[in-house]
Design a protein around this ligand. Structure first.
Ligand SMILES: *Cc1c(COP(=O)(O)O)cnc(C)c1O
Length: 481
């Protein structure tokens, strides 16, 4: 494709994307396809001759769009907001168009230095002190793995340069809670700690936040049993119910025992753009590493996960391999981001954040986050004042966990009822919400915060929920009578 052909096809594609965003509300929220359906509509073998952009756009419309669960749809309340602001989309396109190669400072100085600047802008915007140095990873999962590698090497005195974990005298232990994201378990396994050395510390039953005393006891017990505590992963806004582990109290314990403290704020980091929310991570300055995803609620398109450390010398010591073919005369003066994470070749990811911050502006982003918090409070209040409905966990941010509990419906019957009304809503394509199982009981998470979701959409969802659930109970009680 020549640049002129690209210009023509590219304009068509941008128009197509703009139309998609304009018309998204007409589409079902959840993809209405069954497994294999999309695949069956595609040719088995690749084309030999070139095709036209028209044919491709037609297939995007006819084959791809029906196979998308529309997370940009204002009636999407599932999982978490996975916003993709169009300003950041432009930055992503710029990154692709430049086709840079990020393997060293020398291979693209701008890639490194724009990333340094935007990470520092984000540090300032979230109220962190200057001691934090940041980089952009693909996801919070990768950031958590990196953090646990740093913890492992701190606890083992750089065992990786000798026999690795196979030679450490005492098993190294990681602490988190049951509320933690599955990526914490995965990172623990990948970093070689082993499942037996992952402790799920007791949490407070209502807030589901880690109990610092339980952490302290668990650590002391492990030390007595000849284990070596290496890392605590605290959730700042857990995925299930947006629980906030008490960072300040946890940090007192970790600093006393020289244990690495990683704060997983993947979802709730966006809230830290709002000064009024920062009490939720009080004590954060005492952590060792932090990660959060602008690619969630804040709305910089996937993939964009910020990772901050205080001791970047330790990070580089653990992650650097410094092969001869990548060395250059400026190495002492510059940042080599390949030594801050796992991949060698890196995209110019900072551009999407740079575009997002410059074209939308932090003021408008903060205003949107406040709108969502307000909508969540409104929704929770409506649920609470309606008979037979309950809000089950504290509404710390924009996720509201609810259940319909009609009289006489309990236990397994209640679980079946909950799953039935959720599934009816999701199948209808009118809205999407996700159920979650907490302490053996299903509840429904309403995660507010899609960029285009206004109060009217939340109102519309609440009407839909009420009518679907009560119709469900009528049918349910009749069939079970
Ligand atoms: C979403 C989420 C993750 C995982 O994020 P990825 O970027 O998809 O790896 C981890 N932790 C929490 C608390 C999350 O909400």
């Amino acid at each position: 494709m020549t640049p002129e052909e690209f210009r023509d096809a590219g304009h068509r594609l941008i128009d197509w994307i703009a139309d998609y965003r304009i018309n998204i509300e007409q589409m079902p929220v959840r993809a209405q396809v069954s497994p294999g359906e999309i695949k069956n509509r595609l040719p088995e073998s690749p084309p030999e001759a070139p095709e036209t952009i028209d044919r491709l756009l037609q297939d995007l419309d006819e084959i791809v769009l029906p196979g998308i669960t529309q997370v940009q749809h204002p009636m999407h309340f599932g999982w978490f907001p996975s916003n993709a602001s169009l300003a950041s989309v432009l930055g992503d396109i710029a990154s692709s168009g430049l086709g840079t190669l990020g393997i060293s400072w020398e291979s693209c100085p701008a890639l490194t230095e724009v990333e340094q600047v935007v990470c520092d802008w984000m540090r300032q915007l979230t109220g962190l002190s200057e001691q934090w140095k940041g980089t952009i990873h693909d996801t919070a999962s990768t950031a958590c793995l990196t953090a646990l590698l740093l913890a492992r090497e701190q606890a083992s005195g750089y065992s990786q340069n000798e026999g690795g974990l196979q030679s450490v005298p005492r098993p190294l232990v990681v602490y988190t809670t049951e509320e933690a994201h599955s990526s914490v378990t995965k990172a623990t396994l990948l970093a070689g700690f082993g499942k037996q050395n992952l402790r799920l510390v007791e949490h407070e039953p209502t807030t589901r936040a880690m109990l610092p005393d339980a952490l302290k006891n668990s650590i002391e017990q492990d030390i007595a049993d000849d284990y070596q505590p290496a890392a605590v992963v605290a959730s700042v806004g857990s995925t299930g119910v947006t629980a906030f582990d008490p960072v300040a109290r946890i940090a007192e314990i970790t600093s006393q025992h020289k244990i690495w403290l990683h704060v997983d704020a993947a979802m709730a980091g966006s809230a830290m753009l709002l000064p009024e929310c920062r009490h939720l991570w009080e004590g954060i300055e005492a952590a060792d590493s932090i990660s959060w995803n602008p690619h969630k609620w804040m709305g910089t398109i996937l993939d964009c996960a910020l990772f901050y450390v205080k001791d970047s010398a330790h990070l580089i010591r653990v992650m650097s391999t410094n092969p001869s073919y990548l060395r250059s005369s400026v190495d002492r003066e510059v940042t080599q981001y390949r030594d801050w994470g796992i991949p060698l070749g890196r995209r110019f990811r900072a551009l999407k954040l740079w575009f997002h911050l410059r074209l939308d502006g932090p003021d408008a982003i903060r205003e949107r986050l406040r709108r969502d918090l307000d909508n969540a409070r409104w929704f929770a209040a409506e649920v609470e004042k309606t008979p037979d409905w309950r809000v089950l966990t504290p509404v710390n941010l924009q996720t509201v966990c609810i259940r319909h509990e009609p009289a006489g419906v309990e236990g397994e019957m209640l679980n079946a009822h909950t799953l039935a009304w959720v599934s009816e809503i999701n199948q209808s394509g009118k809205a999407f919400i996700s159920p979650a199982k907490i302490d053996g009981c299903w509840l429904v998470r309403v995660s507010i915060g899609v960029e285009t979701c206004d109060r009217e959409h939340v109102q519309c969802l609440w009407e839909l929920i009420k009518s679907t659930a009560s119709a469900g109970t009528d049918g349910f009680l009749m069939t079970n009578a």
